[in-house]
Design a protein around this ligand. Sequence first.
Ligand code: B16
Ligand code: MG
Length: 214
Amino acid sequence: MIQGVIFDLDGVLVSTDEFHYLGWQRLADSEGIYFDRRINERLRGVSRMESLAILLERATKTYSPPEKEAMAARKNAYYRELLQQITPRDVLPGVLPVLEGLKVAGIKTAIASSSRNCPLILERTGLAGRFDAVADGNHITNSKPDPEIFLLAARRLGLPAQVCLVVEDAEAGVTGALAAGMKVLAVGFAAADARAQLRAKGLGDVSVPQMLAV
Ligand code: B16
Ligand code: MG
């Protein structure tokens, strides 16, 4: 029986995944490196520096470690510029009713996001304080597909992995959650992932009883 639900942030609770794409595209364009939405799919749930390494697979010159740090910082600045537009209206459909339904059912909730910008996004969307625990990119060494972030979120909830359901939109996130021994509800870009126990277009297309019965 599910006792805790652990949510990914970008692409599950809010569409910041589009802003990540726009930030990386701007960086790639300024460096003359080919980048597109298909390549961007590989960056979902992956840390900032690992994302840069994937983007640099198409680079024609090699970059030193300090140059790479500067590029990652530049992308983050572009991304944070876009985050200034975010308001509580950008919380994705179904999120607030699901959170309310879980609360009424006595189910604990947590965030497991690879993003180091997670606190800023939670603040700007009004979601800060709505979860029993938060685990983000500032608290871990290995990002998704490693299970570390999910295990940390479960530990902070005081729950064993087997009673946790993870909501994810990334292949790397689904892999990490399953490796942690948790059940998965795959949504958005991961909605066709056959490894997940439950699949839906978004949180607006699934009910709390369905989530708790996986
Ligand atoms: P930042 P999630 C992930 O967040 C994003 O999906 C991924 O595209 C991004 O590179 C990663 O956070 C790190 O983000 O640069 O803000 O630290 O999907 O795990 O909530
Ligand atoms: Mg995501």
